[in-house]
Design a protein. Structure first.
Length: 505
């Protein structure tokens, strides 16, 4: 098969490939029209700051000649954004010197094959001195931020290309990144590629200040930098499917996902009707169809905290879970319960017991000393009844950043830390036996309806809504990296080894 693609790679700077007529004496904002097309280059770019003493290694080693990844490690950097604010690497916070951005772009065939088409690369703005290479050729230099600049690159990208397979010309191309792994569940273990896997991670929400639920690359990259900082290896998409870009990032970073459908609040008897069940099954069909090719997804969650002790919940979950398993026999299926082990009618049908509990939060206020006993009893009861692996799928405490109280009182940073510590003692008792994971509620504070229980939203985040750490984040970081190092490396291995890598274990 002879196959070449019309591809170009460009170093440094966003944002736009345009196909336009020359404009003498002005620079119009690129708008689409019947004669003009645009292709936005916003999104993830490869990035490297030149930390060498002279800041000139990139020029000396000619990083622009080859894809950036071939001359050393790169980071993902969203464009547009400020690299200083996204990273957890303190060296980038105040970095001054050359930084290299690179993006590989596939151009529409007609742009590259129709020689009458003019292809223009436009940079919206780049601080503060920009040099632009296209396919390794220096095409433009520009000094000063804020203002756009552009260059005609037609001659660099227009070549006659043919695509042919043994059965004839090819008119459509699609690339699908793949990863191959197996998932299995035993009586007491969750296995990935045949090895026991322990989920040490978070529950998230698609939420942030101002933007609310809207998808945002800089926010996503910040969140992934925080997940790596934390040493998290997993999260649940509580309580709905997340943007596909999120799952693409998980595939690339080796973060494991429990993919949840939006069945939250199934609490009334009428929610377990046939109409509801049929709709639920259709949603699972859509979810599996969309996400089945993501290796990061290791389990489907069909609901969060349904009234699973209702009689009708038994048949309901039997049907929904059986249907989901038929759609995807390769992955385990669960739902997240807050029912009592003896009353739960759906638990017989799940592969993994995912249980939420809020000891010393929604009851026994302040009685942190009860947590270990209550948690131990919870785990033992579930295990002796079902002999299935268990994930503590939620636990946590509401905390207002900056509130301090010692001895700890509810809502203070000290209380959140102390509560987590008690949970961790209880978890460590059963980790390695049949408890296969812990997911903190929640990664970050998030907005909710107003109720007397919420102080401007849910404050159980270990990060604030603005993604700054509370004291508990440091506690969890210590723990997650310790677990990551224990499960990934021999005991003697240094923490720094893992800090450079994904904690996928
Ligand atoms: C839960 C729910 C979650 C809530 C959390 C809380 O059990 O699953 O959606 O936000 O408790 O903080 O009350």
């Amino acid at each position: 098969m002879a196959r070449r693609r019309a591809a170009a790679w460009a170093a440094l700077g966003p944002l736009l490939w345009g196909c336009a007529l020359a404009l003498q004496g002005g620079m119009l904002y690129p708008r689409e029209s019947p004669s003009r097309e645009r292709k936005s280059l916003d999104g993830l770019w490869s990035f490297r700051a030149d930390f060498s003493d002279t800041r000139r290694r990139g020029f000396e080693e000619q990083w622009y000649r080859r894809p950036l990844r071939e001359s050393g490690p790169t980071l993902d950097m969203p464009v547009p954004s400020s690299f200083n604010d996204i990273s957890q690497d303190w060296r980038l916070r105040h970095f001054v010197g050359w930084v290299w951005y690179e993006r590989e772009v596939t151009l529409p065939e007609r742009w590259t094959q129709d020689l009458r088409t003019r292809v223009v690369l436009r940079i919206g703005s780049a601080h503060s001195y920009a040099i632009v290479w296209v396919n390794g050729v220096n095409t433009l230099e520009h000094e000063g931020g804020y203002l756009p600049f552009e260059v005609d690159i037609s001659s660099l990208v227009q070549v006659r290309l043919t695509a042919q397979t043994s059965v004839g010309p090819v008119s459509d191309f699609y690339t699908l990144p793949v990863g191959i792994r197996t998932v299995a569940v035993t009586e007491s273990q969750f296995l990935i590629n045949g090895k026991p896997f322990y989920f040490h991670g978070v529950n998230k929400h698609e939420d942030s200040d101002i933007r609310g639920k809207g998808f945002d690359w800089p926010l996503l990259v910040k969140d992934f930098n925080l997940l790596l900082w934390l040493g998290a290896n997993a999260f649940r998409t509580s309580h709905y499917p997340y943007a596909e870009e999120v799952l693409q990032m998980c595939d690339r970073y080796g973060i494991v996902v429990i993919d949840e459908c939006p069945a939250v609040g199934l609490v009334l008897p009428q929610h377990f009707s046939n109409t509801s069940m049929n709709h639920h099954m259709r949603v699972m069909e859509e979810l599996v169809r969309r996400d089945k090719n993501h290796p990061a997804v290791v389990m489907w969650s069909v609901a969060n905290e349904p009234a699973s002790s209702l009689e009708s919940a038994g048949y309901y979950f039997k049907m929904v879970i059986t249907h989901t398993k038929a759609l995807d026999p390769s992955r385990p299926v669960t739902f997240v319960t807050n029912s009592n082990y003896a009353a739960d009618k759906g638990a017989p049908y799940v592969d993994v017991i995912c249980v939420n509990s809020y000891y010393s939060w929604y009851h026994d206020y302040g009685h942190l000393e009860l947590i270990q006993l209550q948690l131990g009893t919870q785990f033992e009861n579930w295990y002796k009844t079902y002999h299935k692996p268990i994930i503590q799928s939620e636990y946590g405490a509401e905390t207002i950043v900056g509130f301090h109280q010692d001895p700890p009182l509810m809502f203070s940073e000290e209380y959140q830390k102390a509560l987590l510590e008690q949970y961790h003692l209880g978890l460590d008792e059963k980790r390695g036996k049949y408890v296969v994971g812990e997911l903190i509620w929640n990664f970050a504070d998030f907005m909710t309806n107003q109720t007397p229980q919420r102080v401007l939203g849910n404050k159980k985040g270990i990060f604030t809504r603005q993604r700054q750490p509370k004291a508990a984040a440091f506690l969890l970081r210590e723990r997650y990296w310790k677990i990551a190092n224990e499960t990934r490396y021999p005991h003697s291995a240094a923490k720094s080894q893992c800090l450079e890598n994904s904690p996928f274990t």
